[in-house]
Structures are given as C-alpha cells and as structure tokens.
Write a protein that binds this ligand. Sequence first.
Ligand code: NAD
Length: 359
Amino acid sequence: MAHRVTLIPGDGIGPEVTEATKRVLEATGVAFHWDLAYAGAGVMDKYGTPLPEYVLESIRKNKAALKGPVTTPVGSGFRSVNVALRKRLDLYACVRPCKTYPGAPSLYKNVDIVIIRENTEDLYAGIEFEEGTPEAARLIKLIAETKGDAVREDSGFSLKMISEAGSRRIVKFAFEYARAYNRKKVTAIHKANIMKFSDGLFLAIAREVAQEYPDIEFEDRLVDNMTMQLVKRPQQFDVVVAPNLYGDIISDLCAGLVGGLGVAPGANVGVEIAVFEPTHGSAPKYAGQNKVNPMAMMLSGVMMLRHLGEVKAADRLEGAIAGVIAEGKNTTYDMKINNAQVVGTSQVADAVIEKLGEI
Ligand code: NAD
C-alpha cells in the first residue's frame, strides 16, 4: 500500500530540492501518495496566514510530511512558519545527523554525529516584549522590585524558558534514539554555570535521566567548550542533546564539518507525527536556478523511509547518494573539489536514480 505523506515544497530553493527528492524517493520503488500543501508568504493573500489550517490538518492525518524550506522575513512581518509548525504539532525533537561521506568537501574523516535539538522551548518560544511598550516597562519594574537589578529602559526582551518536563522528554528521546540506533554515548550541551535556572535545570534533568540508561555513556559540555571541541576532534562525539538555541547553532557547525548545508538532513519528531526537512533554509538568491544541492533534502527522505519502516529502500537510497558523492562527477557547486565538474539540482537527481539502478 502507498504511504500517504504530506508534501510541502516551501519557497526559494524549496520547490527544486523537493522535486528532486520526490523523484529519487519514487525511484526506490516504494509507493507514495503525496498530499500537496503550501505554506509561506505565497499563501498569505489567499489564507491570511502563512501556515493555513489545512496544512496542519493534512500532516495530522498523514502523520508524516516531507517539507522544503520556507522563508521567514527578518525583523518584521510574520513569525517563522517553521517554528509555528513545530509548536502547533508539538514536534519537540529535532534530529539532525551529520555524517562524512567519502568524497564530500570536508576537512574531516569519520564524523558521525546526531544532534537532538529541543524544538519547543528556550529562546525560540517566541515570548518577547518590544522595547518601549507598557509590557516591557512592567517587566523592567518587576525585575527592579524582585531582583533589585536596574534594566535599561530602552531594552527589548526575548524570554528563555526551559522546563523540567521539556528537558526530560528531549533527553529521554536522545537516549532512546541512542539505544535504537546502537550508539554509545550521549553528550548534553548547556551553559549551566551562567544560566543556573534554565540551563542548570536542563543539566540536572539530563543527569537524572542518564541514570536510567547505564548501557549508554553520558557526559556534558559547556556550549563554548563544545564548539571548540567539535572543530578540533569531532569524532569523539556520538549523540548530542541540546536546548533549542545551542542545538540550532551546533547543527550548522556540524553541517560545516561534513561538507556544508547541502548534505545536512533533518527531522522534527513528536509523539506520533514526524516532519522531514533539510537543515538549510530557502537560500532565496539561488531560487529557480537549478543550482543548489538537493542531497540534504534527499537524505531527509532517507530518514523518512526509515521512519516509515522502509529500511531496505532507505539503505539503497543512502548508498546511491553516497555513490554519487564518491564519484564526484554529478554534484553541485558546493561539493566541488579542485576542478571537478559541477551539475545542477535536477542532474543530481538523475545521477542518484541511475545509481539506484546499480544497487
Ligand atoms: P540558508 O540555509 O537558506 O542559506 C545560507 C547559504 O547556505 C546559502 O546562501 C547557500 O550558500 C548555502 N546553502 C543553503 N542551502 C544550500 C543547498 N541546498 N545547496 C547548496 N548551498 C546551500 O540560510 P539563510 O540565508 O540564513 O536563510 C534564508 C531563509 O531561509 C531565511 O528566511 C530563513 O528564515 C529561512 N530558513 C528556513 C528554514 C526552514 O524552512 N526549516 C531553516 C533555516 C532558514
């Protein structure tokens, strides 16, 4: 029976990488029924929102979605569709594997890190108070009364909230993931020496949860130290669990370790629902040029195949992508090493489909 999956092409480079991914997924022989759904600035006029209810309904019904990137206006305009989607569907865990494939333009070998990023709390909760508003003034007054600290009157606020329940479920998710995928170690990232009541809580819960998994090694790292260690010796890390903001930053750092955003896939996972999308954004300057790398989205498709129980097809597709990277003849500009030939987005899909035929 065909898998029913919500397909959100997104905007910018989204539609191109989505089309390439749809083609390679179908070429595995697994049958899909795609429910097309549109989100972002392009649907604002029609629905009055960048995230129409029908999109959420479709994902709730199908329980799985494949999503291209969606642009978020900077500073003003609507809030992020991506953040809203994760919040509305309670997709609390963001899973981002970063793995070196031989032939990729990386300074490192044998990196295989999976970042588990908390998706719903921390500074991304969207609870903000604009500078100069009565609400900001009330907060400044409350801080003065309760803490005796003077906050500048022209301050804006973005609140950082980390809960015990939120920390427990993400750390548990990381350990369960480690068990399911036969991984050996979980590293928790924080800045608990400075933010004692938010990151400190996250760390305390992480230590508590770790006790339930004696078969898996546990360690913690301050986020600043972690960035240095990742650059120096990334092979020492296995599964990494982090609150929202650190997880976001470290994901891009790790993508850089393994060849760039063009090969960094991801999934946003809740209790029942999972939305698969690359780590990269909509790269508007490259939109419509058949130029960017579709492999991050294809590898997100590999993760989706595994999630749907299509493990053989997932292994074949990952093998085909790895084969194309190793050959180095049919990759996009971001994968170029020395004078290697460069092709466009759709030609990468052609090459992956050809390789699938050989596996
Ligand atoms: P970006 O990831 O879109 O692009 C940054 C740079 O990375 C690009 O200029 C390009 O050089 C490179 N790049 C990205 N994807 C690539 C690919 N597939 N192949 C080759 N090179 C690639 O980040 P940005 O410029 O900070 O963000 C652009 C927009 O995307 C913003 O509106 C942002 O909010 C949005 N965004 C969306 C998501 C999402 O939908 N999940 C994630 C991140 C950013």
